[in-house]
Design a protein around this ligand. Structure first.
Ligand code: NAP
Ligand code: FE
Length: 366
């Protein structure tokens, strides 16, 4: 069996890397739209570092701080308008997965003049404005993936745009931006990263390279579970989680995500459950399902986590997640019917049916 690994993003990591290596932004263009959420990019110091680097480079910039959690199509097109008005020829995204994914979609739509009704229909060219990303959460790994995940109201779910041009040109990893993350965001994002690593190992596109990255990511994240539970992470743990999150992104760039993410999107879209939390609620049931079809695959993922059973992982996640949301039978049927239609299902090394998905929802949230 052969496998592939392609990840064209230049990753710069270390304390103050934006200021020290900011000249790497120079080849991206002359005028930047800096895409952020409402507050955190300013509060964590990343916006200051980016604007200082752009200023030192002599690059003009404008800040678009209207990215919202679970990015909407409206926010993307508002950003595209700002690109046009300002004449931006590249983007810098600062934030969690939401501003990063918003900027990717803006970069795509602005380069191709994509009409709104064509955004999710496929058939887009592989062309986007250059983008640099500065993650301020340790979770999505979006800074090294070719995905932009948007809220798709037409389909009533979240939909992933996936094109090679969506790989950012540059990613700056500086854990200092994550030092002030509130416990809830730290927990949810760490679980998202863990889910990327574990799902990557349970994907039929997994290979030796992604497995090596995933094992390292799982080990780092699980070493931080006690700190996440206490709500007290050391600076070294914050740095380690950010690295693990980027490793998780590299994994899913090659393997895609599986049934956990497919099922999680409905929890987020219909019930407002945060993305990482949704994955954490569903991951143990998916592992139990996979173990029935391929026990050794699941054992390898568990051992990467330093766990001896799914129950042990479920216990650790349960302590982080607290009280679970509950679904009605009607919701379970509706969400499973949506999840089965996603491309993620075909990527599962042990492939679930719609009934299996219903059973996993029931086991997790029934
Ligand atoms: P997020 O939605 O980007 O941010 C969640 C919250 O955290 C926001 O309120 C944000 O505030 C705040 N925040 C961000 N950085 C902070 C900091 N340093 N200090 C304090 N608060 C901070 O959360 P996320 O979990 O990182 O991203 C989730 C999104 O990414 C979902 O839409 C998911 O589908 C997507 N995702 C994408 C990929 C991919 O490969 N593209 C992979 C997995 C998930 P502000 O709004 O003020 O910034
Ligand atoms: Fe995710």
């Amino acid at each position: 069996m052969t496998s592939q690994f392609y990840m064209p993003t230049r990753v710069v990591a270390g304390r103050d890397c934006v200021r020290v290596q900011g000249s790497l932004l120079l080849p991206l263009g002359g005028r930047a739209l800096v895409v952020t959420g409402g507050h955190s990019a300013r509060l964590c110091g990343a916006l200051d570092d980016v604007t200082a680097a752009l200023t030192a480079n002599g690059q003009a910039f404008e800040v678009f701080d209207k990215a919202v959690p679970n990015p909407t199509v409206d926010s993307v097109y508002a950003g595209v308008e700002r690109v046009r008005e300002f004449g931006a020829d590249f983007l810098v995204a600062i934030g969690g997965g939401s501003p990063l994914d918003t900027a990717k979609a803006i970069a795509l739509v602005a380069a191709q003049e994509v009409p709104r009704e064509a955004l999710f229909t496929g058939g887009l060219r592989d062309e986007a404005l250059p983008l640099a990303c500065v993650p301020t959460t340790a979770g999505t790994g979006s800074e090294v993936t070719q995905y932009s995940i948007l809220t798709n109201d037409e389909a009533g779910t979240k939909t992933s745009l996936a094109l090679p041009c969506l790989f950012p040109r540059l990613a700056f990893l500086d854990g200092k931006y994550t030092l002030g993350l509130p416990r809830r965001v730290s927990v949810n994002t760490a679980i998202d990263a863990l889910s990327h690593c574990v799902e990557g190992m349970l994907s039929n596109l997994a290979g030796d390279i992604t497995d090596a990255l995933a094992r390292e990511g799982c080990g780092r994240i699980c070493a931080c579970l006690p700190g996440l539970e206490r709500g007290e992470l050391t600076e070294a743990e914050r740095d380690s989680l950010l690295l693990a999150s980027t490793l998780g992104g590299m994994v899913i760039a090659a393997t895609g995500t599986t049934a956990v993410h497919a099922m999680g999107y409905s929890l987020t879209y219909h019930r407002g459950i945060e993305h990482g939390r949704a994955n954490g609620l569903l991951l143990p049931a998916f592992l139990r399902f996979c173990a029935r079809g391929n026990a050794s695959l699941v054992d390898r993922a568990l051992s990467a986590c330093g766990m001896s059973s799914v129950d042990e992982l479920e216990g650790a996640l349960g302590r982080l997640l607290g009280e679970r949301e509950r679904l009605t039978e009607e919701e379970i049927r509706q969400y499973a019917a949506k999840a089965i239609q996603t491309g993620n299902i075909a990527k599962c090394a042990v492939r679930p049916t719609q009934t299996d998905l219903e059973e996993m929802y029931r086991e997790s949230l029934g």
